[in-house]
Design a protein around this ligand. Structure first.
Ligand SMILES: *[C@@H]1O[C@H](CO)[C@@H](O)[C@H](O)[C@H]1NC(C)=O
Ligand SMILES: *[C@@H]1O[C@H](CO)[C@@H](O)[C@H](O)[C@H]1NC(C)=O
Ligand SMILES: *[C@@H]1O[C@H](CO)[C@@H](O)[C@H](O)[C@H]1NC(C)=O
Length: 392
């Protein structure tokens, strides 16, 4: 005869309690917590700062809110919440030492709306970490050490996802989180915003990406964000941005926060200056070079040039007997640019300088360098290089 699952379970349950009652009397229970009845069907169990090392036993399924913050809990598994179907809407495990979340750890909370796991030691998350949380609206995962976020299939109602202060190097898989309204990725190590990163996130209203290492934004990087009200990209590594990236926001009143980026007001900014609305150009403050400190809106298009010098030729080392001369041809004619100078050990030889009879070397009209005569102080071995200025 088969034993029914119920009797088997209750037998286990008894053994479990017996064992714990006699052998491990120090196991934490919810008795040390505060039980706060707001009304007959609204109970908050407050176990904040009780020095707990594990989820205490005996939390009632009726608890609307379970507060387990500021303890020393190091892991969460399904067996920590043995009863199925807690009525709980809010579960707070913030400021603990949780490093691992077992698959389906929160499977007993089909009604959960808010889960706070911030300020823990979570390193990895798995597809099934939040299995069954179909009604979850708010997930707090800030202040952990998460470097990768898998696609969470069950978070169909998620509205706010907090992932600030982690170790993400790329934007997590939030595509098609259609109900998502707030996403914080601030203070991570994200380097780029790639095409279609937010595809299907049509409800997103706030995107916080400040304090990352973003230096590249694809033209289609923000496509699909039709409702965005705040985009914070401050404190990143942006030197320029393709104007198409902001196309989606042109008709919305999106608050773009762009300060503290090393914006380079040079030829690479030309397209943005030409096509971006003034409201955007007013937020881009040139970082270095002659336009440093000016806003893109106040500079002229003609000022946006690229004039970095560029060392084109390989460094040449020649050996010449004393008393002999030498001519080095400028072989960089095919490179677009203007010759700035030849560098020899004695000095820079510019194209424009007038040759005087004391000079040991000078630049010919075709750009080549003529060294008249090697003398003892212009050593036998000289190193020359050609420096050119790149044209736009
Ligand atoms: C329980 O009471 C708190 C505090 O008054 C309230 O914020 C919360 O919405 C209530 N929850 C339910 C399910 O009634
Ligand atoms: C979770 O608990 C901590 C500590 O008690 C508190 O600071 C935090 O605001 C709570 N989280 C939420 C989302 O209410
Ligand atoms: C944007 O991020 C900066 C930090 O880099 C912060 O000071 C500012 O308040 C944020 N602004 C908005 C609108 O989120």
């Amino acid at each position: 005869m088969k034993t029914g699952p119920d009797s088997k379970q209750s037998l286990l349950f008894c053994l479990y309690f017996l064992c714990h009652a006699c052998c491990v009397p120090s196991k934490d229970t919810a008795d040390s917590c505060q039980w706060l009845w707001i009304n007959s069907n609204n109970l908050t169990v407050n176990c904040i700062s009780k020095g707990l090392r594990a989820v205490p036993q005996g939390i009632p399924v009726q608890a609307c809110s379970i507060q387990l913050g500021v303890n020393r809990i190091s892991h969460v598994t399904r067996s920590d919440f043995p009863h199925y179907a807690f009525n709980t809407l809010k579960l707070n495990l913030s400021h603990n030492r949780i490093g691992k979340i077992a698959d389906g750890a929160f499977g007993s909370f089909p009604n959960l709306e808010q889960l706070d796991l911030s300020d823990n030691r979570i390193r990895t998350l798995r597809d099934d970490s939040f299995r069954g949380l179909l009604k979850l609206k708010e997930l707090h995962l800030g202040q952990n050490v998460i470097s990768e976020v898998p696609l969470f299939h069950d978070l169909l109602s998620i509205q706010a996802l907090w992932l600030q202060s982690n170790r993400l190097i790329q934007i997590p898989a939030v595509k098609f989180m259609a109900s998502l309204k707030v996403l914080s990725l601030a203070s991570n190590k994200i380097v780029s915003v790639d095409s279609g990163s937010f595809q299907g996130c049509g409800s997103l209203a706030e995107l916080h990406m400040q304090q990352n290492l973003i230096s590249r934004v694809a033209g289609e990087g923000f496509d699909g964000l039709f409702q965005l009200k705040v985009l914070n990209l401050s404190c990143n590594m942006l030197e320029t941005i393709p104007p198409e990236a902001f196309r989606a926001f042109a008709s919305q009143e999106t608050d773009l926060v762009l300060h503290d980026n090393p914006w380079q007001c040079n030829c690479n900014m030309y397209k943005l200056k030409r096509s971006a609305p003034a409201s955007l150009a007013q937020r881009i403050r040139c970082h270095t070079g002659p336009l440093a400190g000016h806003y893109l809106s106040t500079v002229n298009q003609e000022q946006l040039t690229c004039k970095e010098s560029l060392q084109v030729a390989h460094v040449v080392t020649v050996t010449v007997p004393a008393g002999r001369g030498l001519k080095l041809a400028c072989k960089t004619k095919n490179k677009k640019g203007q010759l700035l100078y030849w560098q020899t050990p004695l000095r820079k030889h510019k194209t424009m300088t007038i040759y005087s009879s004391e000079d040991h070397a000078f630049v010919l009209s075709d750009g080549s360098l003529k060294i008249v005569r090697f003398s003892a102080h212009l050593s036998e071995y000289i190193t020359v290089s050609l420096v050119m200025q790149k044209e736009n």
